[in-house]
Design a protein around this ligand. Structure first.
Ligand code: BG6
Length: 488
């Protein structure tokens, strides 16, 4: 495949209406790493509204002044952004930043900041609130938005994890719906904003090449693999309450599974796409705790802030079954963990083998060996897709060797407009497009299939940092093998 011939795609001209954006948790980790650098990148790409203001918010205790918040944002962009925060573009962005502290008992500084920002813009700008706060704070912030009237005509982005089980997700949905209509709610899962995850829709439904074989007749099993090399990065408080299942699997990996497994939607509208994803989740069988390996890396218990007897998992590998006409009998193997050997974000579709009788040297090949056909989608930015197949090795004999055809985003198209997951989703929320956001029924269904696992988790098994997880994962996937494109 000659990736260099891929044509340059024009950018849609849509620009959001004028906006006041309120970032709750503005001094936290997510705002520093993703949201502030992401908003600056959107500004540089000409994708923020013609007029906008960004108000940081957090509880009054230790809240920064406007000037301190601007310095904080500049440092965040310098450390995590794509473009240096200098020159006229930074100055314009910085002038749009202010801070408004808010406590449930005293939201006045925030209300004043919103009023000032709306007056500065003029007319009737739209309002977007991003709740980048710990899950325990959602309810009080939502209550405050309702009580102060800030919720009226406002769109709200709610971070994951949405609840910690079915009961808490239902309760949170009730809290949200007491204040917001579903049309105002944008539950974010930044994996759905990744270019290469979105591209799975194009790969499947814009080509006649792949979709006809994208089913149980041709595919033996599917892997969704997201090992990470980072540990918990000082987030013991969050991680101890969350663990890898809630942080990564029930959120990111299941959402990717939804895109990989869905039927063709009738259109790319939010309703059509989310309906198809919901159908996949409705077909998901309840997870069997015996088909879930929970791991904990050696040394986790000694991390500052971690309970020395903690059973929180830093690793999960599991088998999921989608019991519908397309996928019955095709296991989906999901794996994610911290402190692992490599960082990867891949979906691998393994194809069934044809008979190899006419290639006697290869016919004895172990039927479970991973030498067969596979389609690998790497969805880490910038992402790539590779088809693995067998080809004749050069020489007088007919021997088969493994070959690959690869498309790389990094070498193709115009990267100038490439957006990171958070950037794309912030833009979509400003445009009011819910397609890539998760819906309450789907989230509740995912907690429902998790109920047995959450009620009866197996003990965590140790694994060495820098490894691929506990040894039991090999039994889980047998007779197949965990496969990553560059070895495992
Ligand atoms: C976050 C999780 O949602 O996603 C983190 O809380 C994880 O634990 C991160 O490391 C992975 O995201 P990315 O942007 O590296 O793909």
């Amino acid at each position: 495949m000659n990736a260099a011939t891929a044509a340059a795609a024009p950018m849609p001209a849509t620009r959001p209406e004028n906006h006041v954006i309120v970032l709750f948790g503005a001094t936290g980790d997510l705002a520093r790493r993703k949201l502030l650098p992401g908003l600056f990148h959107l500004a540089n790409a000409g994708l923020l509204p013609a007029a906008y203001r960004i108000i940081g918010s957090a509880p009054a205790d230790g809240a920064p002044s406007d000037q301190e918040f601007r310095r904080h944002a500049k440092e965040a962009v310098r450390q995590f952004g794509l473009t240096e925060p200098t020159g006229a573009s930074w100055q314009a962005f910085e002038e749009a930043l202010s801070f408004g502290a808010a406590d449930p008992q005293d939201p006045q500084p925030l209300l004043d900041a919103v009023r000032d920002a709306e007056q500065a813009i003029g007319g009737k700008p739209r309002r977007l609130c991003h709740l980048a706060v710990p899950p325990g704070a959602f309810t009080s912030v939502i209550g405050m938005l309702g009580a102060t009237g800030l919720a009226r005509d406002t769109r709200v982005i709610i971070e994951k994890p949405f609840g910690t089980d079915l009961a808490s997700a239902r309760a949170l949905n009730e809290t949200v719906h007491a204040v917001f209509d579903e049309a105002q709610v944008f539950r974010i899962d930044h994996f759905l904003g990744k270019e290469s995850v979105d591209n799975i829709l194009a790969l499947r439904f814009a080509n006649g090449l792949f979709e006809p074989v994208w089913n149980r007749d041709h595919i033996s099993h599917v892997e969704i693999d997201v090992p990470e090399t980072i540990g918990i990065e000082g987030r013991a408080d969050f991680f101890e309450k969350t663990g890898t299942y809630r942080d990564m699997i029930v959120t990111h990996l299941f959402q990717v599974l939804g895109i990989v497994a869905m039927e063709p939607p009738t259109s790319l509208s939010a309703q059509a796409l989310r309906d198809e994803k919901a159908k996949v989740f409705n077909s998901l069988e309840s997870l069997d705790p015996a088909a879930v390996v929970r791991g904990q890396y050696d040394g986790y218990l000694a991390e500052p802030g971690v309970d020395p007897h903690s059973q929180t998992e830093t690793f999960v590998a599991l088998r999921a079954e989608v019991d519908n006409w397309r996928w019955a009998g095709v296991p989906f193997y999901l794996r994610s963990g911290k402190s692992m050997a490599k960082r990867r974000q891949t979906v691998t579709l393994h194809f069934k083998k044809p008979p190899l009788r006419m290639f006697p040297d290869d016919a004895q090949d172990d039927p479970a060996s991973e030498r067969g056909n596979a389609l690998v989608v790497d969805f880490d930015d910038p992402g790539w897709i590779s088809a693995r197949f067998l080809a004749k090795e050069p020489g007088p004999a007919m021997r088969l060797g493994t070959a690959e055809m690869t498309f790389r985003y990094a070498d193709s198209f115009r990267r100038r407009h490439g957006l990171e997951g958070y950037e794309r989703l912030l833009l979509d929320a400003m445009l009011g497009d819910q397609s890539l956001f998760t819906r309450s029924d789907s989230i509740e269904r995912l907690w429902e299939v998790s109920a047995e696992l959450l009620a009866h988790p197996r003990p965590v098994q140790p694994y060495a940092p820098g490894s691929w997880g506990p040894a039991a994962i090999d039994t889980l996937i047998a007779p197949h093998h965990w496969y990553l494109p560059d070895g495992n």
